[in-house]
Design a protein around this ligand. Structure first.
Ligand code: NAD
Length: 239
């Protein structure tokens, strides 16, 4: 089972498509979930802690709040992410590149290390970052998102590094690498959907719930021997 019964879990990017599905899934599996994001989503999945993952102090304060309320932290999901708006690499400014790296890579560093400090002190914990298939595969349709792709490759390496550093102190770190999932993140790329379907053996995009199920698995004790792994789930897109 992927039971999270009695666990305290924090999720960043919790107002997003994947983040909301992750929070719902983990609550259903029995966790006490602390939703962290910059913004409040519409609907019932309120964000409990306002956190800007680019700001180390903001993240540290968010996790201090959870610890103060709950006394511990059993799991964390680093899900906050952004994608640049179809900019050719040769036209991209340093600021545009840096803005994506600040959220997608430095933000994951802030999130996992703030959570990790609590977990290492406890001697237990499980971390999952949401990377992407685009970190490890050059996708075969027109894509102009070099900052995003570079940031996600960085997340893979960061996850492996933290997993190796923390494994003998009871803290596991892994990643889920989704292919195309229907969320707001891709709202400005809908003109590419037909091409993506055509290139995907399953002929569909993934659902946020598909990602949430994999996150729940990796966080659970069932995945106890996963250490620094990245689970690719893309409907066969990169085959
Ligand atoms: P989304 O845009 O629906 O959600 C992303 C969330 O991150 C938003 O709620 C946003 O407010 C939050 N966020 C952005 N900057 C932040 C910051 N500085 N601090 C705190 N929160 C911040 O996107 P999604 O599709 O749910 O994406 C979630 C994760 O999954 C991202 O890391 C994304 O790169 C990854 N991913 C998505 C897809 C996809 O196809 N949708 C594919 C692979 C990976």
């Amino acid at each position: 089972s992927t039971s999270q019964e009695g666990r305290v879990v924090a999720v960043t990017g919790a107002a997003g498509g994947i983040g909301q599905a992750v929070c719902e899934r983990l609550r259903r599996d029995g966790a006490s979930v602390w939703a962290m994001d910059l913004r409040q989503p519409e609907g019932p999945n309120g964000v409990a802690v306002a956190v800007d993952v680019t700001d180390a102090d903001s993240v540290e304060q968010g996790f201090a709040h959870v610890r103060q309320q709950e006394g511990r932290l059993d799991a964390v999901v680093a899900g906050a992410g952004i994608v640049e708006d179809d900019v050719a690499a040769e036209s991209m400014s340093s600021a545009q590149f840096g803005a994506v790296l600040a959220v997608n890579l430095t933000g994951v560093f802030h999130t996992l290390t703030s959570a990790g400090r609590i977990m290492l002190e406890q001697g237990s914990g499980s971390c999952v970052a949401i990377s992407s298939m685009s970190g490890n595969h050059t996708v075969n349709t027109p894509q102009r998102q070099c900052a995003y792709n570079a940031s996600k490759a960085g997340v893979s390496a960061l996850v492996r590094s933290l997993a190796a550093e923390w494994a003998d102190r009871g803290v596991r770190v892994n990643a889920v690498a989704p292919g195309y999932i229907a969320t707001e993140l891709l709202a400005r790329k809908t003109h590419q959907f037909e091409q993506w379907f055509a290139h995907t053996p399953q002929r569909r995009m993934g659902a946020p719930e598909d990602v949430a199920a994999t996150v729940a698995f990796l966080l659970s004790d069932e995945a106890g021997y996963f250490c620094g792994s990245e689970l690719l789930m893309d409907g066969g897109y990169t085959l």
